[in-house]
Ligand binder design. Structure first.
Ligand SMILES: [Zn+2]
Ligand SMILES: [Zn+2]
Length: 348
């Protein structure tokens, strides 16, 4: 992967707006402004360059639904060949790399095994997520929207997952060989350790990322067998954000779940399940000492974004900093592998 270089003038209005959204999402700015800019992008995609120029000159841009003062200023400057001031200031505020360290590992990353679209609780269409991944130099990405039980996150029923797989196939067909969108899911782990989707549906997927979103405060003697059962399920490939901790951010703090980590990671090792290093800054999951434990046991890892918006795909740089600092060899990180190797591992 590579950090995108800051844009220069001239820049198209859409490229300027997309770059602004990318930077705001990556900087975890309020979604209200980002949503407004994304609506503008949708609106002007349908308008010819000529009409856009005419409207800039006539001052009638804001008559278009979805274009407010800020958007109109950005479009106007871009159309006139000037780098929009809003882009310049956003670049100043959010354009720096998210962290120092982990750069070699970041460059070695090829994919992501945890990313969401607006089919569940993400903010953007699948196509926008793919486009951003391509621009970051990724070679592949698994689309892992939530499973049915997670109603608050608009989890996908069997029927909706079936529809989504058709969309994924269509997107892949349009991409050719340059990028692969893997069929995936973030499947909830039930209290008894079973997975929240039918086996025949899971069999249709390339990869299965499993995680816990309920009863995080179970005692260890219940949580440990719950996790081990999920890891032993032959359909599970990744154990995501295993402690459920929240260390910072708007959702408040949450302590890590209690479980016998050595037992759980040994099960991961024996069942060829990768331990996810979740890159979201509010999760930072697992904590360092658990990553070290999984490292010493010989587990595989993934470095995932858990992105809910295109700009958040770049949060993997935070996971890379941690993995490199904790001495995880790149070859043990599945998200550095070529996509064919990932497919073979997942179905192996
Ligand atoms: Zn999750
Ligand atoms: Zn997720």
């Amino acid at each position: 992967m590579e950090q995108p270089t800051p844009p220069q003038a001239p820049i198209s209005p859409i490229d300027a707006l997309r770059r602004i959204c990318f930077l705001l999402e990556r900087g975890r700015e309020s979604s209200y402004r980002i949503d407004a800019f994304r609506k503008t992008i949708e609106a002007i995609t349908l308008i010819s360059d000529e009409e856009l120029r005419e409207r800039v000159e006539a001052g009638t841009l804001k008559q278009i639904k979805g274009i407010g003062d800020s958007s109109a200023a950005i479009i106007g400057q871009a159309v006139r060949g000037v780098l929009p001031a809003y882009l310049v200031s956003t670049e100043e505020k959010h354009g720096e790399p998210l962290t120092r360290g982990g750069e070699a590992l970041y460059a070695a990353l090829r994919g992501d095994l945890h990313a969401h679209s607006n089919w569940s609780d993400g903010g953007s269409p699948i196509e926008e997520m793919v486009l951003a991944a391509v621009e970051l130099g990724q070679e592949w990405m698994a689309l892992t929207d939530h499973s049915p039980r997670l109603k608050v996150a608009n989890g996908l029923s069997r029927e909706r997952l079936t529809d989504q797989l058709k969309r994924v196939d269509a997107i892949n067909a349009s991409l050719g060989d340059s990028f692969t969108l893997l069929r995936g899911i973030e499947v909830d782990i039930h209290l008894d350790g079973s997975l929240d989707q039918d086996d025949d549906m899971l069999d249709r997927l390339d990869v299965v990322t499993a995680s816990i979103h309920s009863k995080l405060r179970q005692p260890s003697f219940e949580m440990t067998p719950r996790m081990v059962t999920a890891v032993r399920n032959p359909r599970t490939n990744v154990l995501a954000h295993c402690t459920g901790q929240l260390v910072t951010g708007g959702r408040g703090k949450r302590p890590p779940s209690q479980f016998d980590a050595e037992k759980v990671f040994r099960a991961c090792l024996e069942n060829d399940v990768a331990v996810e290093i979740n890159s979201r800054p509010e999760r930072c999951d697992p904590p360092d000492e658990l990553i070290e434990l999984a490292r010493d046991l010989g587990c595989l890892f993934t470095i995932d974004s858990d992105a809910h918006a295109p700009g958040q795909l770049d949060m993997k740089s935070l996971g890379c900093e941690r993995a490199e600092r904790l001495g995880i060899p790149a070859e043990r990180i599945v998200t550095t592998w070529p996509v064919d190797d990932v497919r073979a591992w997942a179905k192996g």
